[in-house]
Design a protein around this ligand. Structure first.
Ligand code: AMP
Length: 325
């Protein structure tokens, strides 16, 4: 039997896990577990680009790993990026084959620089090079991600191609595995849901937190009165109804069009449905102690590190470096 193809994906520990992380990434990660050999990373080096407070950061990375496990990602597939330091060496080798212009072109850099104008560091700039190293370190055949990652995956492919052309065939060119829900908008109804923008709806958060987040959602700005028909087509609440009420979203659409339901009531119903849908995840999360999470992370990281050591040895030899003395 042919060996299973390998996939890699990751998340930054920059705040609580949200609907975008789940529907844009983690749900797909769980579904792919039987078909692929999976490596799922808590991307803590990447998280440092926004210079979080050390104590809060440690909490965030344990929380993220616990949330991944709670939503069904198998603990043995999860690892901590910084516990596989070989990624830093591969990153360094890749900086030598990555033309400056490639990195300059990546649109996410400009977006992130806009989000943190006082902290436009080299890590932010070289983020896609490190991401290429993450993927190619485990020789990932494919990467399951949301739409926002397209430019980065393209760069990982270009990096593999260029390295292989210069030094021989070492890396596979990773394909993108698109999720069914590549982009979830935030509660502002405009930008992508994102921890750094504070426009999130949590997954394993406490019910009262989720309730508040959903009620804060911007709805149909053209609808001034309850008696006016709404415009569900341009309302972000309606896009979430399609996810959380797959069988009867049309019913709520009609009620909105006939002005028989208000925006507040639609959000209230949605909030309760989200809370109910994620109750098993919340329960699983509550049962995971920090110690158990750290133990799983250490085991997962050992597994990833074994693969990483072999890849880095191969890459070193390909470029003409001596094996570590
Ligand atoms: P991040 O939290 O930015 O590290 O993203 C982790 C993963 O979640 C990536 O695969 C993203 O593509 C995905 N993701 C994050 N936010 C969203 C969103 N609003 N909609 C869809 N996918 C998302």
């Amino acid at each position: 039997m042919a060996p299973r193809k390998r996939i890699l994906s990751g998340m930054r520990p920059t705040g609580r896990f949200h609907l975008g992380n789940y529907y844009g990434a983690a749900r797909n990660w769980v579904r792919l577990q039987d078909e692929y050999d999976c490596f799922y990373m808590v991307a803590d080096y990447h998280g440092l680009t926004s210079q979080p407070h050390a104590t809060a950061f440690e909490r965030d990375l344990i929380d993220l790993a616990a949330d991944m496990m709670a939503v069904g990602v198998r603990p043995e597939s999860i690892y901590l990026q910084s516990s596989v330091p070989e990624v830093a060496e591969l990153f360094l080798l890749f900086t030598m084959v990555t033309p400056y212009g490639w990195v300059q072109r990546v649109p996410t850099f400009k977006e992130m620089a806009r989000q943190q104008p006082d902290n436009v560091n080299m890590g932010l700039f070289s983020y896609p090079v490190l991401q290429a190293a993450d993927i190619l370190l485990v020789k990932g055949d494919a990467v399951p991600v949301g739409q926002d990652q397209d430019a980065h995956i393209e760069m990982a492919r270009e990096t593999a191609r260029r390295f292989n052309r210069l030094y021989g065939n070492v890396f596979p060119e990773p394909a993108t595995l698109r999720t069914e829900t590549p982009k979830i908008l935030g509660t502002d109804g405009r930008a992508k849901m994102s921890k750094s923008l504070g426009n999130i709806v949590g997954v394993t958060a406490e019910p009262e937190v989720i309730r508040k987040q959903v009620l804060s959602m911007v709805t149909d700005t053209r609808r001034a009165y309850l008696s006016q028909p709404g415009h569900p087509k341009s309302c972000n609440v309606d896009s979430l109804y399609k996810i959380f009420f797959p069988d009867d979203w049309q019913h709520y659409w009609d009620l909105c069009r006939k002005a028989e339901i208000g925006c507040h009531e639609k959000k209230r119903i949605l909030g309760e449905r989200i809370i109910e849908t994620f109750a098993p995840f919340r329960q699983a999360r509550a049962e995971l102690s920090d110690e158990a999470v750290k133990r799983h992370l250490a085991e997962g990281s050992r597994r990833a590190r074994d693969v990483a050591r072999a890849t880095v040895a191969e890459a070193r030899s390909a470029v003409g470096l001596l094996p570590g003395l």
